[in-house]
Design a protein around this ligand. Structure first.
Ligand code: GAR
Length: 195
């Protein structure tokens, strides 16, 4: 059965692109039903349009609370009948008002190993920690989102990424993103066989 995916983004959307490409090539037996961004200028919205996929800037209404926004977002996504909701660079914490609608159905990608560098700028913070001699490698993970814990939850897959002595922040970032694009697809492939 072809899996129905809703992808939430906040920016560039290179991981969204990896999903769209894998769907188009047949590598992933899935269809992206909708791409939703909390930012109007997210380049991922252009990627969605180019792929002929619904792309929405889900605007926060004036005086709308975080939880009301989340409820409205959940209600909208529910109408799309998604099998999974993929947070591919969605930089906003989702409250239980959202998560309770999709138990075991929300998947997050984070550019660090479990229990390390949660939140924003994870790669930059890992690189700084490496330069201070505190770590020798970093990594990436794909995990389920059970609650409001930031970049935390049952791990579906993770991969260590070595930091090389001649790495710059740019080269490390590039290697991490390239590895993310692969790990996200292999993890989703496995996940959708369970639908
Ligand atoms: C990815 O590196 C993803 O792991 C990260 O945002 C980037 C989005 O890149 N997510 C987080 O940091 C979540 N805390 P993309 O827009 O090019 O896919």
């Amino acid at each position: 059965m072809t899996a129905r995916l809703v992808v939430l983004i906040s920016g560039n959307g290179s991981n969204l692109q990896a999903i769209l490409d894998a769907c188009a090539s047949g590598e992933l037996d899935a269809k992206v039903i909708s791409v939703i961004s909390n930012k109007a200028d997210a380049y991922g919205l252009v990627r969605a349009k180019n792929a002929g996929v619904e792309s929405i800037h889900f605007t926060k209404l004036e005086n709308e609370s975080r939880t009301d926004y989340d409820t409205r977002l959940a209600n909208y996504i529910t109408t799309k009948l998604p099998d999974y909701i993929i947070l591919a660079g969605w930089m906003r914490i989702l409250s239980s008002n959202f998560l309770s609608s999709f138990p075991n159905r929300v998947v997050n990608l984070h550019p660090a190993l479990p229990n390390t560098f949660p939140g924003t700028h994870a790669i930059e913070r890992a690189y700084e920690a490496y330069k201070r001699g505190e770590i020798k490698h970093t990594g990436i993970m794909v995990h389920l989102v059970p609650d409001e814990g930031v970049d935390n939850g049952p791990v579906l897959a993770s991969e260590i990424i070595p930091i090389l002595t001649d790495d710059t922040l740019d080269s490390l970032e590039t290697r991490i993103h390239q590895t993310e694009h692969k790990l996200l697809i292999t993890t989703l492939k496995e996940l959708i066989t369970k639908i």
